[in-house]
Ligand binder design. Structure first.
Ligand SMILES: NC(=O)C1=CN([C@@H]2O[C@H](COP(=O)(O)OP(=O)(O)OC[C@H]3O[C@@H](n4cnc5c(N)ncnc54)[C@H](O)[C@@H]3O)[C@@H](O)[C@H]2O)C=CC1
Ligand SMILES: O=C(CO)COP(=O)(O)O
Length: 330
């Protein structure tokens, strides 16, 4: 049986866009926000001026009461990665046993180095996990522009329930049984997008940009496989697809963050000037540590982690990457 009522946790840009998409797909949608003004604005003006001002949020009930989310048939969790555990622990207080949860955020928990699926298992034992990841800017989805995404579930029946619940001609989910691969792709591409932004901001040229995407994809695949994912998955929407989108779009928060660094701003200046989350900033040190722990070669991501922590300058990072020994392409 498909899901009729969908609870969405997190009314940032992506949670709002996913709620709009699910409503258009014919679902009854409840959208949970932690900020009262966001709840109020959605319910009274059908707008989310704080996080997605250019979209209409029609036919969606917003709430700050997590029990209303627990009453739904299934839940989409869209809180930024560093806050996911807190949101899921709140959901756990009222969640039905074996609740279906679609994890839609793209990052690792910095303090524990854990994936969102691990955070879910620890917060709500017995929950059925799925992962949604792929090239999908919130505003594109909210405006009904077409895209395709990876929808990964541990079993196909669960995946089919989700696909029929949220799939639409303009939002095409492709099923995968590789949850770990789908998660790894979305988390690593954000860090690589910061690197691509730096290349653009510094004016290093289109050739450098393309080389970085390609060598970055090698890093993304190595880590995804080391974490239990499948290399084939990472060639798909949640890996290569999202990498290409995020690394080539000024509207990406991660890419634009890197661009601003390349143009001479400091980390604090750029982060201080925006309310939107820049996931790659928190995920970069987690990936650098995981790369060490798993003995995976990830020079680009490690350099981004050093730059974000302001342990090295941009010039030092670029020089270190360019002076690496020549080797076989793998
Ligand atoms: N915006 C996009 O186009 C897409 C975003 N994503 C992912 O979705 C996730 C959420 O991102 P967005 O919706 O874009 O976020 P956003 O930047 O639009 O909004 C920030 C969100 O963080 C929440 N937040 C801020 N401080 C918090 C705290 N202390 N505790 C709990 N929550 C807090 C806010 O309530 C809000 O929901 C991220 O992992 C992002 O990578 C994935 C695909 C597309
Ligand atoms: O994940 C995204 C698009 O698929 C959004 O990327 P940014 O968070 O960099 O804007």
């Amino acid at each position: 049986m498909s899901f009729q009522t969908i609870g969405v946790i997190g009314a940032g840009a992506w949670g709002t866009a996913l709620a709009i998409n699910a409503q258009r797909a014919g679902r009854d949608v409840v959208l949970w926000a932690r900020e009262d003004d966001v709840v109020e604005a959605i319910n009274t003006t059908q707008k989310n001026p704080k996080y997605l001002p250019d979209a209409d949020v029609v036919g969606i009930h917003a709430t700050s009461d997590m029990a209303e989310i627990s009453n739904c048939d299934a839940v989409m969790a869209v809180t930024p990665a560093q806050f996911m555990r807190g949101s899921l622990e709140l959901l756990a207080k009222t969640a039905k046993p074996g609740v279906s949860v679609m994890l839609c955020s793209k990052g690792f928990e910095t303090k524990s180095l854990k994936m969102m699926t691990d955070v879910l298992e620890e917060s709500i034992p017995g929950a059925i996990a799925s992962v949604l990841s792929g090239p999908s800017f919130a505003i594109d989805v909210a405006l009904g522009l077409p895209t395709a995404v990876t929808l990964a579930s541990s079993n196909q029946e669960e995946g089919e329930r989700w696909m029929s619940a949220i799939g639409r001609p303009e939002f095409r989910p492709y099923y995968s049984d590789d949850i770990l691969g789908a998660e790894a792709g979305g988390a690593v591409k954000n860090v690589l997008a910061i690197a691509c932004g730096i290349v653009e901001g510094k004016g290093l040229g289109r050739s450098a940009h393309a080389a970085l995407i390609s060598r970055g994809f090698a890093e993304l695949t190595r880590l995804g496989v080391a974490m239990g994912g499948n290399a084939e998955t990472l060639k798909g929407l949640c890996g290569l697809g999202d990498l290409v989108l995020t690394c080539s779009s000024a509207q990406s928060r991660n890419m634009s963050f890197g661009f601003a660094l390349g143009q001479g701003q400091t980390v604090a200046e750029v982060l201080g000037s925006r309310t939107a989350v820049t996931e790659g900033v928190a995920t970069a040190p987690a990936i650098a540590q995981l790369a060490k722990n798993l003995n995976v070669e990830m020079p680009i991501c490690e350099t981004v982690a050093e730059i974000v922590a302001e342990r090295i300058t941009l010039s030092q990072g670029i020089e270190a990457l360019l002076k690496r020994p020549f080797k076989a392409e793998d």
